[in-house]
Design a protein around this ligand. Structure first.
Ligand code: ADP
Ligand code: ZN
Length: 206
């Protein structure tokens, strides 16, 4: 194996949905291609928004080619021996093994670019992203615009039929009637069914 042939590292682009993580990942990939680096792009197969599963797409519609994977080991299996840059989008949906894979690639001299949202819809740490943030050499946390008040947004608001989704829902929900908005801490709403307070919004202010 002669991955990278230079000093490797891990850089993580994180933050709320709509904050521009995929745009930033694509920008870094395009610049690496301009630099004639050998680049491979992977993404979780759970992200199939817009242009189909073989691409990374941003919310503004631009795309690059990407290989969809359902498990982190598929990245280790598919990475080419001469890869210099490996980018992984929507990493919050992957298993914890992506931390080992990212570390292994960086140790082999590969520049590893990981993008993923750091919090689930409840505002809690999401999948392997917290561990990736801890081991990364470089971290950029991006913000979107809160669609309620216009401040900087850091939280993923899950809506079901237009209403805030209860905390008891699954962390990953594919193909349901839910949708998402970017919101700030103050406007983020997570009602709790278990507490018998479905209509009461739970926040640190209450
Ligand atoms: P992410 O990968 O973080 O979900 P994308 O890179 O896919 O973000 O999309 C970022 C783009 O989403 C922005 O450039 C903007 O055009 C659009 N967008 C839609 N809603 C918002 C919002 N509430 N705040 C900021 N950008 C938004
Ligand atoms: Zn707000």
């Amino acid at each position: 194996m002669y991955l990278g042939q230079q000093d490797g590292w891990i850089e993580v682009v994180t933050g709320v949905m709509f904050s521009g993580k995929s745009e930033e990942l694509m920008r870094r990939v395009r610049r690496a291609l301009i630099a004639r680096r050998r680049v491979q792009v992977f993404k979780s197969h759970l992200d199939d928004r817009y242009a189909g599963v073989e691409t990374v797409s941003s919310h503004d519609g631009s795309t690059i080619q990407a290989v969809p994977v359902s498990r982190s080991v598929e990245i280790a299996e598919a990475v080419r021996r001469d890869a210099q840059v490996v980018a992984i989008d929507e990493a919050q949906f992957l298993d914890e093994g992506v931390v080992t894979v990212a570390n292994w690639l960086a140790d082999c001299g590969v520049r590893v670019i990981v993008a993923g949202t750091d919090m689930d819809f409840r505002g809690e740490p999401f999948g392997p992203i917290p561990s990736l943030l801890a081991i990364a050499e470089k971290v950029d946390k991006l913000h979107a615009i809160c669609v309620v008040c216009g401040d900087l947004a850091s939280r993923n608001q899950r809506l079901i039929d237009g209403r805030p989704a209860p905390a008891e829902g699954p962390t990953i929900q594919v193909g349901g009637s839910e949708s998402y908005e970017a919101r700030c801490r103050t406007c983020h709403e997570v009602p709790s069914v278990d507490r018998g307070q479905t209509e009461i919004l739970i926040s640190k202010r209450l």
